[in-house]
Write a protein that binds this ligand. Structure first.
Ligand SMILES: Cc1ncc(COP(=O)(O)O)c(C=O)c1O
Length: 378
C-alpha cells in the first residue's frame, strides 16, 4: 500500500458517502476499461460475483455446469448456491486448466454452461472454450479471481465468455481487503447482477424488490482502495513478475525434480502471476509433497498444498459420492503441487533461502516404485 491508497481511503472517511457512492462508480469504470468490457459490477467478493453470474444467467435446479475440480472450492460452490449441478471435467496436466478436449464428451441435454477457471493466473484455453460453447449453445463463465491482468491473444481476461468474476482478497494481484467485480458486455446481465448485489432491488432506486437478492455490495472505502490499486496494476504485476523470474532462475538447477510454473504456458497467453506453485515430478512417491511441506515449515518457510481437489473435499464426497480415481489428472496434480511464499515484495534473499532449502530436501524425499508411464503426466 502507498500513500495514494491511504489518501483515497482517508478522503472517503471525510466524505458523506460510505457506501454506493462515487468511488464504486470510479472503481467499476476502471475495471471495465482495464478488462475491455462495457460493464463492471463491483461486489463484496469473488464468490459473490460468481453467484450473481450463475443466478443472472438463469442457471438453476436441473441444470448442469461443466467446471474444473482443480480450483478453489468457490468456483463449483457458486453452482450449488443455485441448486445447479457442477459436472467436473479433468484438467490438462501441464496448464492445470480444464481440459477442453474432454469437455464435449461431458455435455448432456442438461448442460447449460461452462465455468472455467484461470488457474494461478494462467488463462484457460478461451478461444477453444468459447468455440465449443457456441457450437453447443452453452453460456460461458470465467472464474477470473486469480487472473486480473492476464490475456489471451491480446484480449484481456474478463472479456471472454458471457461474464467473468474477479476476487480481491489480500493475496490477489490487487486487493480491496475483501471484494470482487463482475465484468461483462451483456447489459441485461449487468443490470441483473446490480440488482442481485443490492437485495434484488429494481434498478430505479426505489424500495421495490423484484427478485430474491443479497447484500453483496462493496463499500466506498474498499472501492477507493480498489480504484487506486487498478491504477497501479501494471506496477503491481511487474513486481510479481520479477519475483516469479527470480524463483524461476533459482529453481532451474532443480528441474529434474520439480516443474516450475509457466513452463508449459499455452502460446498466445499472458499469465498474471498470482501464486508460485511448483510440482514434484512423477518419480516422487505420493506422500513426498506432504513430507516436503512439513520440512519447509519446520524451517520457517510457509507453504500450502494448493489446490486440494474439490471433488475430494468432505462435503463433495458426502453429497455426490466422489472417490479417489474419479479425476486422475487433477488428483495426481493436487497430490504433487505446493505453493511457495509469494508476494510482490518478497526479497531476493528469501527466494534464495527457499531454493536452498528445496535443494537440501528434495534428495531426502521418498520416491515411487511405480513405472513412470503409469502416471497421467507421463
Ligand atoms: C479460483 C478462485 N475462485 C474464487 C475465489 C473466491 O474469491 P473470494 O475469496 O473473493 O470470494 C478465489 C479466491 O481465492 C479463487 O482463487
Amino acid at each position: 500500500m502507498t500513500d495514494r491508497e491511504r489518501d483515497a481511503v482517508a478522503d472517503v472517511l471525510s466524505s458523506s458517502r460510505l457506501a454506493m457512492g462515487p468511488e464504486m462508480d470510479a472503481f467499476e469504470a476502471a475495471m471495465a476499461e482495464r478488462c475491455g468490457t462495457e460493464h463492471a459490477v463491483a461486489v463484496s467478493s469473488g464468490t459473490a460475483g460468481l453467484h450473481c453470474i450463475v443466478n443472472g444467467l438463469g442457471i438453476g435446479e436441473g441444470d448442469e455446469v461443466l467446471t474444473t475440480p482443480y480450483s478453489f472450492v468457490a468456483s463449483s460452490n457458486a453452482c450449488l448456491f443455485e441448486n445447479a449441478t457442477p459436472r467436473f471435467v479433468d484438467i490438462c496436466p501441464d496448464t492445470y486448466n480444464i481440459d477442453v478436449d474432454r469437455l464435449e464428451a461431458a455435455i448432456t441435454s442438461r448442460t447449460r454452461a461452462v465455468l472455467a477457471v484461470d488457474v494461478f493466473g494462467q488463462p484457460a484455453d478461451w478461444p477453444a472454450l468459447t468455440r465449443l460453447a457456441e457450437e453447443h449453445d452453452l453460456a460461458v463463465i470465467d472464474d477470473a479471481c486469480e487472473a486480473l491482468g492476464a490475456s489471451v491473444d491480446g484480449r484481456p481476461i474478463g472479456s471472454w465468455g458471457d461474464a467473468a468474476s474477479f476476487g480481491f482478497y489480500p493475496n490477489k494481484q490487487i486487493t480491496t481487503g475483501e471484494g470482487g467485480c463482475i465484468t461483462t458486455d451483456d447489459a441485461d446481465l449487468a443490470a441483473r447482477c446490480r440488482s442481485l448485489r443490492n437485495q434484488g432491488r429494481a434498478d430505479d432506486g426505489r424500495m421495490e424488490h423484484v427478485r430474491l437478492g443479497y447484500n453483496y455490495r462493496l463499500d466506498e472505502l474498499s472501492a477507493a482502495l480498489g480504484r487506486v490499486q487498478v491504477e497501479r496494476l501494471d506496477e503491481l504485476l511487474a513486481a510479481r513478475r520479477d519475483v516469479a523470474a527470480r524463483y524461476h532462475d533459482a529453481l532451474a538447477p532443480l528441474s529434474d525434480d520439480l516443474v516450475r510454473p509457466g513452463e508449459a504456458a499455452q502460446t498466445g497467453t499472458t499469465r498474471s502471476w498470482f501464486v508460485y506453485v511448483i510440482r514434484l515430478r512423477d518419480h516422487f512417491a505420493a506422500g513426498a509433497r506432504d513430507r516436503l511441506m512439513d520440512e519447509l515449515q519446520d524451517r520457517g518457510i510457509g507453504c500450502a498444498p494448493y489446490f486440494p481437489a474439490i471433488h475430494l473435499q468432505p462435503y463433495y464426497r458426502e453429497r455426490f459420492g466422489y472417490e479417489r480415481g474419479d479425476f486422475p489428472v487433477c488428483e495426481h496434480t493436487a497430490d504433487r503441487t505446493l505453493a511457495l511464499p509469494f508476494h510482490p515484495q518478497l526479497p531476493p534473499g528469501a527466494v534464495h533461502r527457499v531454493a536452498s532449502a528445496l535443494k537440501a530436501l528434495l534428495p531426502t524425499l521418498p520416491t515411487s516404485t511405480r513405472a513412470p508411464n503409469a502416471s497421467p503426466h507421463s
